[in-house]
Write a protein that binds this ligand. Sequence first.
Ligand code: ATP
Length: 333
Amino acid sequence: MRTITLINGDGIGPEISNAVIQIASAANVNINWEIQTAGSEVVEKEGTPLPSRVIDSVKKNKIALKAPVTTPIGKGFRSVNVQLRKELNLYANLRPCKNFEGIKTPFSNVDIVVVRENTEDLYAGIERMADENTAESIKIITREASEKIADFAFKYAVNNKRKTVWAVTKANICKFSDGLFLDCCRLIAQNYTNIEYKEILVDNLCMQLVQNPEKFDVLVLPNLYGDIVSDLTAGLTGGLGLARGANIGDNYAVFEPVHGSAPDIAGKNKANPSALLLSFIEMLKYIGDYSSAEKIENALLKTLREGKILTCDLGGNASTSDFTEEIIKNLKH
Ligand code: ATP
């Protein structure tokens, strides 16, 4: 039996984690969960939102499933998500977005994979008040991290039979930082002559994504643009409740939904557990348990396709527990 770290998060985290635990157990997945808490409640007890026991657990088990942890806005502790990605050098953030049968959206043929650099850019949080009225934030882009993420994107394209990799920047304005990122993408593209390579500015991309998203394939972006664009692509394919994600490094991988801790609906039994469940399905594929992955994915897709029991974000009025029960029921058919 494989042991997997489960960081059950805060906000809606514990509710959606419970849903995934129940579904995994009903599907007889051969997993032993090592549950680790992190976030705002942990700060009060342990003085840090990300105690070393959490990092140690992921290092030991190599793989983790992570529910969202709240990042205080404007003040308070540094993002646990960002810290975890840095500590474990999870340099690639993979966020695939594809339409789901039964989920009505303005476009029906969207199939985009966002590959976001995960360790630097403005996300490094190197900020200071230069004086009382002037804030400074430093954007770090390195050749090493940019070449690594570009190579990851092209490898992903080859392994997953994709046609095109688009490098997304604002290199006309950020000439040094995004310019370096672009140079690295161009260099790496030369090693992958079977994959088409294209470039687009991030503002133009955003406009085209809401007008003609079907033309895009794999996107590779610096950290901050990747964060923003992946919420947009999530919106194109059914919203945050359905958007899966993975943080991957050379030694460890942490699977987590695109969405945050949704404090507005926390504790109300309203959250959609699908994004965490889809991240779990990706995790099962990553560890080679394809039969469990397929079984659970089929049950989820059937639930979405039938549309009888859906959570509020998908236009239904079912609770998290009703939706979870329906998926469990569909595991048996
Ligand atoms: P972060 O910056 O931490 O990613 P965010 O500001 O993007 O967080 P979220 O917590 O992702 O915000 O929530 C954005 C909106 O989407 C909220 O209204 C929230 O209720 C809704 N939402 C997010 N996740 C879910 C979910 N799993 N089920 C239903 N609604 C969700």
